[in-house]
Write a protein that binds this ligand. Structure first.
Ligand code: IMP
Length: 433
């Protein structure tokens, strides 16, 4: 069976974790292929709220194997905390049993966090992501597969500490690392993970040859992609389809299905322009009803109307075969709903996302308007979703105005919706195909 790719189609936080958790029921492997613990995935199962930053969302399915893939940057201490929490609540330590860390994945060390804490320009998550990718690109990074060779290499420790401290000093940081701390760190990482480090690309390739179903789980979103996003206000990895197979260590021919996830509106955290951002009562409604606070940093997310320019761009880069629309319920109770179909830039109408950050900041949204639909409680939405699925009536279970909104989005996107999320619960999703 081929691989399915799940990708954010906006600026992240679209609800990838919930979708992966649902789809993982049918999958044998879930593979993260980029990013690190800048991501935050929330999965709600009954009254349990699970938050993951590194563990692939398929962890909740006991039969599912999990990979932190080649293209990732991994903070071993954050991973350890998530594993400890998981073990406390389930009794399971999946390390080396069904959780594998790629020998090619890069390690986030305290030095990288110190460097990232100096950021004030981008509004990063401060987790050391950019500095770790910078070391990777500079070919001085530390990979899990290198650990066995460097733990007893005193020269590596000395020269690395000299380099790191020189960089910290040059960047104006007061933090420093020492030979003792670096040596202790790499020894601790080795002791904790040596049983789960492996050639994960080969494992996934073998599973594909056996006909198993693989999910490649994206983090962040297309507009945060280092090449295709709103540079420089982006993350430091390729978040898009082109990197899904590559960062997992398999070839792109394995991918048959690419699901783009998008909220029924849009949000963004961190700096950088967001043309449909709302600073009015509708924006407050989206933020409050949608509980729009970052899973990783707790920062308030900026909220706005659905942006078709963003979606057009994301679809061109990723070629979505289907769209998972999330958080439709959040729009409930608004009198009017808007969709941005184009921008006005310096007096001209444009349909495509400009590459320049200052041009994006000058873009004014051009909207079409649609009637809103009534609000419901979360339990009412959950019932609507359950009924829609059990009766096989799909989005016909929704209020007429909500159906019209979805149909309009589908016709503007040119891609069908495969599911509609109407609440945080695992079952609050209407399956359309
Ligand atoms: P970094 O990935 O920590 O370097 O942050 C770079 C930019 O990406 C900042 O604007 C962050 O707020 C944003 N970002 C990184 N990860 C996520 C995510 O998972 N969701 C939403 N925004 C993110």
């Amino acid at each position: 069976m081929p691989a399915t790719v799940i990708l954010g189609a906006q600026w992240g936080d679209e609800g990838k974790g919930k979708l992966v958790d649902r789809l993982a029921e049918q999958a044998s492997w879930v593979v993260r292929f980029q990013g690190g613990n800048n991501a935050g995935h929330t999965v709600v199962i009954g009254d349990k709220v699970l938050k993951f930053h590194l563990l692939p969302s398929g962890i909740t399915r006991k039969e599912c194997n999990l990979v932190l893939g080649d293209g990732m940057v991994v903070d071993p201490w954050v991973l350890n905390k998530e594993l400890t929490d998981w073990e406390k609540s389930t009794g399971e330590d999946p390390r080396g049993d069904r959780l594998y860390v790629s020998e090619r994945a890069h390690i986030i060390l305290p030095y990288h966090r110190f460097m990232d804490s100096l950021d004030s320009k981008i509004g990063t998550t401060g987790r050391g992501i950019g500095p770790t990718y910078a070391d990777k690109i500079n070919r001085i990074g530390l990979r899990f597969g290198d650990l066995s060779e460097i733990i007893n290499d005193a020269q590596w420790i000395t020269s690395t500490v000299v380099r790191m401290n020189a960089s910290l000093q040059a960047a104006g940081s007061e933090d420093r690392v020492s030979e003792e701390s670096l040596s202790a760190d790499v020894n601790w990482i080795w002791d904790n993970y040596n049983g789960s480090i492996g050639n994960t690309g080969l494992m996934v390739d073998n599973a594909l040859k056996l006909g198993e179903h693989i999910i490649l789980e994206g983090a962040q979103g297309c507009l945060l992609d280092i090449d295709q996003g709103t540079y420089p206000f982006v993350t430091s990895s390729v978040t898009s389809r082109g990197n899904a197979s590559h960062g997992a260590g398999i070839h792109p021919g394995h991918v048959s299905e690419v699901i783009g996830i998008t909220k029924a509106y849009i949000t963004r955290v961190g700096h950088g322009a967001m043309p449909t951002e709302l600073e009015d009562a509708d924006g407050d409604h989206l933020g409050t009803v949608g509980h729009e606070f970052g899973t990783t940093t707790g920062r308030k997310r900026r909220c706005g109307w659905f942006d078709m320019v963003v979606m057009r761009h994301a679809n061109r880069i990723n070629g979505f075969t289907g769209i998972a629309l999330t958080k439709l319920d959040v729009l409930g109770g608004l009198e009017e709903i808007k969709i941005c179909v184009a921008y006005e830039l310096d007096g001209k109408e444009i349909l495509e996302m400009p590459s320049s950050a200052s041009a994006i900041a000058r873009c004014k949204p051009i909207y079409i308007s649609m009637p809103g639909f009534p609000g419901h409680s979360l339990s009412e939405w959950l019932e609507i979703a359950k009924k829609a699925n059990s009766d096989g009536i799909g989005f016909k279970a929704l209020p007429a105005a909500a159906q019209n909104y979805i149909s309009k989005l589908e016709s503007l996107m040119g891609v069908p919706c495969t599911s509609i999320g109407v609440g945080p619960d695992r079952d609050a999703t209407i399956d359309l195909v």
